[in-house]
Design a protein around this ligand. Sequence first.
Ligand code: NAD
Length: 346
Amino acid sequence: MFDHPSFDSHEDVHVFHDEPSGLRAIIAIHSTALGPAAGGCRMWNYASDEAMLTDALRLSQGMSYKNAMAGLELGGGKAVIWGNSHTDKTPELFRAFGRAVEHLQGRYWTAEDVGLSPADLAAAAEETSYAAGLENGAAASGDPSPVTALGVYRGICETAKRAFGSPDLSGKTVAVQGVGHVGSDVCRHVAKAGAKLYASDVNTAALERISKETGAIIVAPDEIYDQPMDIFSPNALGATINDESFSRLGAKVIAGGANNQLASADMGEKLRKAGVLYAPDYVINGGGIINVAAEISGAYSRTWVDGKLDVLMQTLGDVLDESLSEGMPTNLVADRIAKARIGRSA
Ligand code: NAD
């Protein structure tokens, strides 16, 4: 464990098993330097417990950085549940998960991530007071995706301002990969701003809906990289910026909501050298966790959320400016600032 390549001085890592419900879960807490750890719960059918642990550690470290860059008084943590989210879910499983979260007495706040639905989170919340992003309740903040998407749109404009000399997207071409909760709203914002849109998704019904609404030109999933574009906005899976896609992309800006966009950290330097300005994923997509943090505070306020989003956009601008002035890749500039904020050595 302590030699694990993703261990990165995690404060604690908890393994939970509940035989009656079949729960097998890990809750990893990377840092509580800024406050209680917060990060969603992912349900995934891992190939091995090693793969599960790696995912938990990587994701919880990512939440430390994201929460720090969003200026929140929250540390970083993440939960993973081993199972097939289409066939293995039961309310009892999520109640058992809720008991696991409650066991940590507030060191970790959970929320929705890949594989969980609002109903799953509600079942967990029957057993713990440390669940946020709920649809019902006094401070419930609901689906964070619209705030994530607003931050991504504003981040696209911030990045365009530096790459093209203006945040104005009219006359620009934007290619959006993935039109789910976040990507569909990004399409709406970008279309409203007057950009020409290409969009791809493996879900053709969702794609047709958003095309009808925004005029986006539909392209096949693998063809999105080859479109003539100024801006590429990944809003689906991770690791889509890799050597293969990089050789095909003509964009001067990469700015989207997906987590872990770079297949490896050295892609950041490759992009910089090629004159592509990349908005670091965990900075530009911090709007959602800001919305969740408002609920954790106990008194949800949209004004507070908007204020935090303004500061996040300034932080993104600072990262981009520092990268341009120092000749350092944006992902490493962001890591440096995040580490300093949580008191970890660079
Ligand atoms: P989602 O599941 O609603 O949407 C993802 C979309 O990507 C789906 O429509 C899916 O069909 C599509 N997709 C899958 N494979 C694809 C492919 N090969 N090509 C094109 N499209 C493909 O998820 P979401 O909530 O919109 O999140 C999108 C991304 O943003 C994820 O990486 C997520 O981790 C990240 N993120 C989301 C939030 C949030 O508030 N929802 C916050 C931060 C980060």
